[in-house]
Design a protein around this ligand. Sequence first.
Ligand code: PLP
Length: 373
Amino acid sequence: MSAPLPFNDLKAQYTALQAQLDAAAQRALASGWYILGRECRAFEEEFAAYCGAVDCAGVNSGTDALSLALRACDIGPGDEVITVSHTAVATVAAIRNAGATPVLADIDPATFTLDVQDAAARVTPRTRAIIPVHLYGQAATMDEVLNLAQAHGLRVIEDCAQAHGAAYHGQIVGTLGDLGCFSFYPTKNLGALGDGGAVVSRDAELIERVRRLREYGWTPAERYVSQIEGTNSRLDEVQAALLRVKLPLLDEWNERRRALAARYDQLLPPVLIRPTEGTGNYHVYHLYVVRIPSEAGMSRDALRDALAEQGIATAIHYPVPVHRQPAYASLFGDLALPVTETIAAQILSLPLHPLLETRDIQRAAEALDKLLP
Ligand SMILES: Cc1ncc(COP(=O)(O)O)c(C=O)c1O
């Protein structure tokens, strides 16, 4: 068997930037200030500027970013929030953490993002927000989402955890809706070396509310006094310092992801259904996900095993839709989401990260070519 082709390589990403990352961590460590200090504030300013937002609040994770964004909009018990079932379970966990009720809609079979017509059919008098998920690195159909939200007076909270730097008709995601929520989980397009997250907005007041919520409901003027009920969800200084090293490289690494994705597009056997870039989308390929249709003559799982035998690692994002997860199924009764359920059995994520070589893409594509008709 030839050398393994891993799905991702975080060690290589660290090694490529080791001198700068070590220096940044050292700077934060030597400062003697570890929580909500200069590094976090500087990163918030830099990330807000990158996204074209007015302000940004660093938090502990993408999950917290979403639940604090909901709470900043006063959304909680008794309120319904529409999102997709075909997402990281975190999206739905965040709605539950805020005390609200998730309502799940189906997706578009080509782009894998929210089917806005299906979402529209699920609006009730209790609906307060929509969370479009910019899955795999491309924005949901935001003009339709924003029209629906406007028609019903709903908040739009973007789940940008997989889409740092993606754009929709030229505008970077995170500022299209009311609030944009990011994860800096290490594998993300902008990844920390630990947990982290952020909320951005064009509305400074909403970010101020997130800031209070992330630290027990305190304000800078009144520490130790909780005017509102908050929690502890802060981006620490070391992670912020590391993120400041990586942020200037985000565009270049996104371009590299796009170039590698284009190579897959060229080389994969025709029977595989390639990713579709929606109109006006600048897709940043957090993941390169293909569909294996029945004409492939081989199931997704058999194909995955055959690739693994050749040392080629793949993944499935996600094998079980949220409404079918053991922990959540009882919330959704007999909800049927036909597109979501069909594609869950057909999708396969191929290796893609910015430090991959073109020859790695060739190797994966050749292996698939030999296995498929
Ligand atoms: C679409 C989506 N939403 C939310 C999250 C949650 O982010 P985190 O793992 O930082 O809590 C993730 C990442 O896991 C994600 O992929």
